[in-house]
Design a protein around this ligand. Structure first.
Ligand code: ADP
Ligand code: MG
Length: 326
């Protein structure tokens, strides 16, 4: 999850050098760690933290939504690998006099765990002199052969997303401005859902190759997928899926919807690459299953770097990495 964008990437590289992967499967860098088991199964393990002041403010998230979202943020990483969530561990840094938050926080967490069949197995609780801090670790399972990794994309693959871009960032802006506005935008920020069923569905198709979830926005996350695949990308901006309330939000503020959609952040939908010849059939099956499409927005290229095009012509955007409160 987004920490300080300029240094997080190089810090992770440092970790990878200092703690080298003992095997190609076991190592740092994907949405989940893969721990192969005897037989053909693997455990998937992910951990994510939410810090007050960095990821949420009391005015942007109720305690209930914070519980729900803490779960979904982690479940989204399991979804991104094509896994089935199973177990969780919860650690809380709780400031003095904030005990009243606990009951609604646990209500939200419980609801998310019930929806996705997750069992809480442990954790830790400490008093802190700073703000509220939540860490959740989630374990999921998947057959080894179906696990989707960021690095499996190939040059020529179509880059796809399975949800609209920018809604959550717009919802956050509304919450910071007034707390009121389009319900769909507010819900996208406060009650995101992890695309677990979608991830499982896509994991059954060999034509789906590289996959990750969008947590820091397309402009930050797509380059991560590209680096993992050792290739670049071309994005055709006219194909970005934008919701009606999002476009209205942008027009009202005279902001460029394409720029905001690329910057986005906290969509928690899936970003994946598909072998082009399989697209049409996969699309049809996806629509039949989920009653909505996914959207091809570009393709992977041999040249490194992400280039943006509009109606066939180069169209550069001045992009800023997603940060919650700047
Ligand atoms: P995501 O947004 O999918 O949770 P991140 O971008 O946060 O992924 O992290 C990328 C990779 O770096 C993941 O494999 C994660 O486990 C690893 N990582 C991030 N921070 C640390 C850390 N402090 N120690 C070890 N691994 C880390
Ligand atoms: Mg992720």
């Amino acid at each position: 999850m987004n920490l300080l964008n300029f240094s997080e990437e190089s810090f992770i590289e440092q970790l990878q050098r200092r703690f080298p992967a003992p095997s190609p499967l076991l190592g740092i860098g994907d949405d989940c760690a893969i721990i192969p088991q005897k037989g053909k199964e693997a455990w998937l393990v992910t951990t994510d933290s939410l810090a007050e002041g960095t990821h949420f403010l009391p005015k942007t998230l109720s305690a209930y939504d914070l519980g729900y979202k803490s779960a979904m943020v982690n479940l989204s990483d399991i979804a991104a690998m094509g896994g089935t969530p199973a177990f969780a561990f919860l650690s809380l840094g709780l400031p003095a006099k904030q005990e009243a938050l606990l009951a609604p926080f646990l209500d939200g967490l419980e609801r998310a765990f019930k929806e996705e069949g997750v069992v809480l197995l442990g954790g830790d609780t400490v008093a802190t002199r700073s703000d509220l801090f939540i860490n959740l670790t989630v374990m999921g399972r998947a057959p080894l052969a179906r696990i989707k990794r960021r690095a499996s994309g190939k040059v020529g693959d179509l880059i796809c997303v399975d949800g609209p871009l920018g809604d959550s960032a717009a919802g956050l802006q509304l919450l910071l401005e007034s707390g009121r506005g389009d319900e769909r935008l507010l819900a996208a920020h406060q009650r995101p859902y992890a695309h677990v069923q979608e991830g499982l569905f896509l994991s059954h198709s060999k034509a789906v190759r590289g996959m990750m979830d969008l947590s820091d926005g397309l402009a930050t996350d797509l380059p991560k997928l590209c680096r993992a695949c050792a290739c670049g990308a071309r994005i055709d901006l006219e194909n970005l899926p934008l919701s009606e309330p999002f476009v209205r939000f942008c027009l009202e503020r005279e902001r460029d919807p394409l720029t905001l959609a690329c910057e986005g952040g906290e969509e928690y939908c899936l970003l994946f690459t598909v072998e082009p010849s399989a697209l049409e059939r996969l699309q049809q099956r996806f629509v039949k299953r989920f009653d909505r499409p996914f959207w091809p927005i570009g393709h992977l290229t041999a040249e490194p770097g992400v280039l943006t095009y509009l109606e066939g012509a180069r169209h550069s955007l001045a992009l800023h990495p997603f940060q919650h409160f700047t």
